[in-house]
Design a protein around this ligand. Structure first.
Ligand code: DX5
Ligand code: ZN
Length: 213
């Protein structure tokens, strides 16, 4: 099953709660919440206080993408704020295995993400500890960038390795996803699609979500 996770970064952040409620009603399975710290990525967005307030307004799955340095210092606080899935970057963490374990022990889903320059094979040893892997299809930091088609072999390699080992993991793609690139990503083995601009810049969010599916 394909799951759609609209990235609120492209939404009207001054009306975040109503934007999230709208995509929930429009059939999205989750809301992708991009946390940026100005250190791991050259941009800032929002943190746990915003997520905590938002938690009272919607029961949709909160898919929290941590683009932050030292994610091990903050993961627990994002879980307490209401994250259902915590994704952190392999490149930002000294002991990814320990953090994946810690996140799972808190009763939420644990996911690891790789930036475009990180080879898929670097995280193979972590696959059995992950509920989801996020393959970035742009350099993290900004919405509205162009999809990097050369990331597709990485999606394929992770799907093949997971299948070979009998692991039922979600593979998420994030960055430049629209109906055309979504098709390529799903063909390569992705099943969770993050889409910011293509959903929130569209007047009809339901149609945009349906088009991705
Ligand atoms: C980029 C973020 C993405 C971003 C996607 O660093 O992780 O989630 O919001 O935006 P679009 O879909 O516009 O590329
Ligand atoms: Zn993201």
């Amino acid at each position: 099953m394909i799951k759609i996770s609209p990235s609120v970064l492209a939404s009207d952040l001054s009306n975040l709660a109503s934007e999230v409620v709208e995509i929930e009603k429009a059939g999205a399975e989750m809301a992708h919440l991009d946390v940026m710290d100005g250190a791991f990525v050259p941009n800032m967005s929002f943190g746990m206080p915003v997520i905590e307030c938002l938690r009272n307004k919607s029961s949709i799955i909160f898919d929290v993408h941590l683009m932050i340095a030292s994610p091990e210092k903050y993961a627990k606080r994002f879980i307490d704020a209401g994250a259902d899935i915590v994704t952190f970057h392999y490149e930002a963490c000294e002991d990814s295995a320990a953090l994946l374990k810690q996140i799972r022990e808190c009763g939420v889903k644990a996911a690891i993400s790789i930036k475009p320059k990180t080879p898929a094979e670097d995280i193979f040893h972590l696959l059995d500890m992950c509920d989801m892997v996020l393959v970035m299809t742009v350099e993290p930091g900004y919405g509205g960038q162009k999809f990097m088609a050369d990331m597709l072999p990485k999606v394929r390699a992770i799907r093949e390795e997971a299948t070979r080992r009998g692991l039922d993991i979600d593979i998420q793609v994030d960055g430049g996803i629209n109906p055309e690139t979504a098709k390529l990503a799903v063909e390569a083995g992705a099943n969770v699609l993050v889409a910011g601009s293509s959903v929130f810049k569209s007047a009809d969010r339901r149609a945009a979500i349906d088009a991705l599916r």
